[in-house]
Design a protein. Structure first.
Length: 275
């Protein structure tokens, strides 16, 4: 069974067919999906948990887990009430991760110092609740400032916890991947690894140990291959898995099993969770 380790299932783009979309995922062999709880800001970060409680237990659907967090450009709203809400959500059993959180210097939005302060506050909450983190890191084109600032924060506020996390939709070079692995993070590859011009990213994937990687869709964005530009959904994680299996020189089934086991290990989940 495949695991989609990062999908925004609460996106309004699924409002017309969310249940059918989840059934398509199960039909494609997806046993579990991590539903990302950032919404359009802190006021909506509970929505991923709501979806878990709505759909788990229904037949012919993957098992859903949730995260909760404040996206870098939403850290302008990371006041005490938002942090308290995050803390409450991270105490729920279905909420297995804090994220996606991190630094985004590519898009205009929250000032960089505001992003860093918001990240640190969330790391403190995640550490207290013993939840691994899901990191979003996007530097300006051709720059590594966001990565350098991120590792400085993680070295200071996170490494000592030993909780690790996920480098979501990884887009860095091998140096950043290696530093992440050394800190106990898994490297998650999304549909963009299938794109024609993504050979440098495939080169990183080739060097990433099989026990150090995850696969994801980042749905509804980053549809792989021939579906690029269309709405992505968890069923499409299979195409990304097939490409990564070829890059790693392993069978698709081995890639699926390894990444699912990695997911279970990081989040201390029982084996066979999607069955």
């Amino acid at each position: 069974m495949l695991t989609d380790s990062h999908a925004h299932l609460d996106s309004p783009r699924y409002n017309g067919d969310r249940a059918q979309m989840l059934r398509r995922a199960a039909d494609a062999g997806v046993g579990a999906v991590l539903s990302i709880g950032i919404g359009e800001g802190p006021a909506e970060m509970h929505q991923a948990l709501d979806l878990c409680r709505e759909f788990n237990g229904q037949p012919s659907m993957p098992r859903l887990y949730a995260s909760a967090g404040i996206y870098p450009h939403s850290t302008t709203d990371a006041d005490d009430a938002a942090i308290a809400k995050l803390d409450g959500l991270l105490q729920q059993p279905e909420v297995i991760a804090c994220g996606e959180i991190g630094l985004d210097y590519y898009h205009e939005g929250a000032a960089h110092d505001v992003q860093r302060a918001g990240l640190i506050r969330q790391l403190e909450v995640a550490a207290q609740r013993k939840r691994p983190i899901l990191i979003h890191c996007r530097p300006k084109d051709g720059a590594f400032d966001a990565w350098n600032h991120l590792f400085l924060v993680l070295d200071t506020y996170w490494r000592h916890t030993g909780l690790g996390g996920v480098m979501h939709c990884f887009g860095g070079e091998w140096e950043q991947a290696q530093r992440s692995l050394d800190m106990g993070f898994l490297i998650s590859f999304a549909g963009n690894v299938t794109y024609a011009k993504a050979q440098p990213l495939r080169d990183v994937a080739a060097r990433t140990p099989l026990d150090g990687m995850l696969i994801e869709t980042d749905a509804p964005w980053l549809a792989p291959g021939a579906s690029r530009g269309k709405r992505n959904e968890p069923a499409m994680v299979r195409e990304t898995a097939d490409v990564l299996a070829a890059v790693k020189g392993v069978a698709a089934q081995e890639l699926a099993e390894a990444t699912t086991k990695n997911f279970e290990r990081l989040f201390s989940l029982r084996s066979g969770m999607g069955n």
